[in-house]
Ligand binder design. Structure first.
Ligand code: DAH
Length: 348
């Protein structure tokens, strides 16, 4: 520092130098580096110019000091201005990159679709609604009484073994069929009763054809004078609507504790139309549901006088119908893996 005049011109040169440097800044990193270099608190150029004030000859000190402070103010203002213009540039760039390019092809929105099991349940509900049935539902966690006892499965009855029950605590269980909803309905309503009860059921069984959770639709009609003829006529009307107007059905004697007599119902195989194929093991028939006349003991247990009223009931698995309906889904587990590809293939 000479201390002899000259400081002001050299500060002017400094000012020009700063302007040149500012004009070359391209981006924020450059701005930040230059800011530290010039007005950085510890080692910035202005810091050292300010420190010089005390070294200047007292005669020039005041003028020098004023000039340095002017330069400092100018520098701060110019950095702030450049900051603002960089910010504006950055915003503009962000806006441009986010802008919609109307020349690009559109992206199709992903549409959800209804699960094949739900589709089949809805279809069944619709058919039965036309036949005058309403829908009843019940809980998936049931008592032993409603799932078994009231349906005439006494404690040690061997038919309980066929149900592969998942037992819970406190005498509760996961319902093994939708039949307890029959009991709930009869306990809650007086005849005439016509309900169907769709829902999830659970059994400890798991292979290509069985899933520990599957779906059933149960049906129940109770009134005066109901006969096997009504049962057969209802099932024929229902299955013809569900499959095809020309399907035939056959009833094979069977056993369920809660119906007497009981039958299993087969329908013409929809793959071979009755000719016999792999799907039906050459029989031409597909087993589709279980049914029977409500056992008088079950009616009595629900407070319905079996001498006045009679009824029929039926129950069927929905999943197998869905597998059959939607292009032969070969494995029941495919229905419950939530693989979107399945849903895309079976849009109803
Ligand atoms: N609950 C039986 C089952 O899961 C199906 C069934 C058969 C229901 C006959 C009925 C019926 O209502 O009458 O195996």
């Amino acid at each position: 520092m000479s201390g002899e005049g000259g400081e002001t011109p050299s500060l002017e040169a400094r000012g020009e130098e700063l302007e040149r440097a500012l004009s070359q800044v391209q981006d924020r990193a450059g701005w930040e580096a230059l800011r530290v270099q010039w007005i950085g608190r510890k080692q910035g150029i202005l810091r050292s110019l300010l420190d010089d004030i005390k070294k200047v000859d007292p005669a020039h000190r005041r003028a020098y000091g004023e000039a340095v402070n002017r330069l400092k103010e100018t520098a701060e203002r110019r950095f702030a201005e450049l900051d603002a213009s960089l910010l504006a540039r950055e915003r503009e760039a962000a806006r441009r990159s986010a802008a919609v390019d109307v020349t690009l092809p559109g992206r199709r929105p992903q549409l959800g679709s209804i699960h094949p099991v739900t589709l089949v349940i809805r279809e069944m509900e619709e058919i039965f609604a036309e036949l005058g049935y309403s829908v009843a539902e019940g809980p998936e966690v049931e008592t032993d009484y409603l799932n078994f006892e009231a349906l005439n499965f006494p404690q040690d009855h061997p038919a309980r073994d066929t149900q592969d029950t998942f037992f819970l605590e406190n005498g509760l269980l996961l319902r093994t069929h939708t039949s307890p909803v029959q009991i709930r309905t009869m306990l809650a309503r007086k005849p005439p009763i016509r309900v169907i009860c769709p829902g999830r059921v659970f059994r400890n069984d798991n292979d290509l054809r069985h899933s520990p959770m599957f779906h059933q639709v149960e049906g129940l009609a109770v009134a005066e004078g109901i006969t096997v003829g009504h049962l057969k006529g209802t099932l024929l009307a229902f299955l013809r609507r569900l499959f095809a107007p020309d399907v035939e059905i056959r009833l094979r004697p069977s056993f369920f504790p809660f119906t007497e007599p009981s039958a299993e119902v087969d329908v013409t195989c929809q793959t071979c139309k009755g000719a016999g194929c792999e799907v039906c093991s050459g029989t031409g028939w597909m087993e589709i549901l279980g049914c029977g006349m409500v056992d008088p003991r079950v009616l009595a247990e629900c407070g319905i006088d079996p001498d006045v009223y009679s009824g029929f009931a039926f129950g069927m698995g929905v999943d197998r119908v869905a597998m059959n309906r939607y292009g032969g889904i070969p494995n029941i587990r495919l229905l419950f893996e939530n693989d979107e590809r399945l849903l895309r293939q079976v849009r109803g």
